[in-house]
Design a protein around this ligand. Structure first.
Ligand code: PLP
Length: 415
């Protein structure tokens, strides 16, 4: 990035520091991943210059023929990847994708069910400070206190009692398989539409390692930057019947001009996800999650629901007498990045939290396998033993860096 270095050394420094942070740290935030250089190139391209309000072939601006090509490729690849007949690749983020689905199906004031944020749901499924909680009457459902699985009896009872217009299913911190089929049946029973938000698990769904909601949901929303390993953004998958309402509710409903450089990068990522290596990658994400959860249990950590079916786990820190915030900070000093996370029925406030969320997508991208998972659990145990010890943190940080050097992410990259 020689031009940037010359014209804006301060931002070049910030980017260089971020390259180093990603290169030499262990990234366990479950919602993050590392895109390929090809995705980065498409994102950093001149398509950022183009206004293209509207959709391919029906734009409000001239000169859209080449961004049309990119958007058509992105849509077609998305449809192939997820086995559906319609796709909108314009949402700027996962939250925007959900917003479009809400407005396509509901009017302000309508009743909507969603998984409680405190039990693994997402802000955009009805948090009172989010648009979803401000515009709609939200009935939250929860996981059951014993097994920490979504309580399907409660979902059915609440649906019958409140007859929502829409049921939202999907999660940000839920380590177990989601039963989209039963959600679809419940929605049918009460005359609701189902919206499935697969933001976290999209990569697994794409390769058939998690059941797909496509047959049951009016809209399937997702981010493109988590397990799917594309650029930061959103997308909505649907069928012919629900397409028109979707199109108008994305644009002009909630957005203006689409981010054509990001859409081009989405197309690149979807092409990558259609290759056989992407399935191998997702299989390793799951194998690593199994290895890591077993290693955590062996080190005396508790896991919400006792383990995981997907790419993430929630570590319950109460047996270690630690808080989520504290442990996040301690791990950070040791070069390991996680996020504090509430556990179901958490006695602590969200800013403190009793757990941390840990995911394997990013470390799997750089090539970590089962032996490295054991190493990570070992580091966690040492940090948990001495959460305030600077010496332990410095020692582990050096070990982390040494391991990361063996698994380079972006060789030769410089800002
Ligand atoms: C991450 C996530 C989103 C939102 O994504 P943003 O791009 O951050 O807006 C939506 N839903 C779920 C379930 C998520 O995990």
């Amino acid at each position: 990035m020689t031009n940037l270095r010359k014209s804006d050394p301060e931002i070049a420094d910030a980017i260089q520091n971020e390259i180093n942070r990603q290169e030499f740290g262990v990234e366990l935030i479950a919602s993050e991943n590392n895109v390929t250089p090809a995705v980065l190139e498409a994102m950093g391209s001149v398509m950022t210059n183009k206004y293209a309000e509207g959709y391919p072939g029906r734009r409000y601006y001239g000169g859209c023929e080449f961004v049309d090509d990119a958007e058509r490729l992105a849509r077609n690849r998305a449809k192939e990847l997820f086995g559906c007949t319609r796709a909108n690749v314009q949402p700027h983020s996962g939250t925007q994708a959900n917003m479009a689905a809400f407005f396509a199906l509901c009017d302000p004031g309508d009743t909507v069910m969603g998984l409680s944020l405190a039990h693994g749901g997402h802000l955009s499924h009805g948090h009172p400070l989010n648009f979803s909680g401000r515009f709609f009457n939200i009935i939250p459902y929860e996981v059951d206190p014993e097994h920490h699985r979504i309580d399907m009896d409660q979902v059915r009872d609440l649906a019958k009692k409140h007859t929502p217009k829409m049921i939202m299913v999907g999660a940000s911190a839920y380590p177990r398989t989601i039963d989209f089929k039963t959600f679809g049946e419940i929605a049918d029973e009460v005359g609701a539409k189902l919206v499935a938000d697969i933001a976290h698990i999209a990569g697994l769904v794409a390769v058939g390692l998690h059941p797909s909601p496509i047959p049951y949901a009016a809209y399937t929303t997702t981010t493109t930057h988590k397990t799917l390993r594309g650029p930061r953004g959103g997308m909505i998958l649907t069928d012919k019947k629900h397409y028109k309402a979707l199109q108008t509710n994305v644009f002009p409903g909630i957005q203006g001009g689409p981010l054509m450089h990001v859409i081009a990068a989405k197309a690149v990522a979807f092409r990558e996800a259609l290759q056989p290596e992407f399935k191998t990658y997702q299989e390793q994400v799951l194998a690593n999650a199994q290895a890591l959860s077993a290693a955590f249990l062996a080190q005396g950590f508790d896991l919400v629901s006792g383990g995981t079916d997907n790419h993430l786990m929630l570590v319950d820190l109460r047996p270690k007498k630690l808080k989520g915030q504290q442990f996040e900070d301690s791990l950070h000093r040791a070069g390991i990045t996680v996020n504090k996370n509430a556990i179901p029925f958490d006695p602590e406030p969200p800013m403190v939290a009793s757990g941390v969320r840990v995911g394997t997508p990013a470390v799997t991208t750089r090539g970590f396998k089962e032996p490295e998972m054991k190493q990570i659990a070992d580091w966690f145990a040492r940090v948990a033993e001495a959460p305030d010890c600077e010496e332990t943190a410095a020692k582990i940080k050096a070990e982390v860096e040494e391991l990361c050097r063996k698994f380079p992410l972006y060789p030769g990259m410089e800002a």
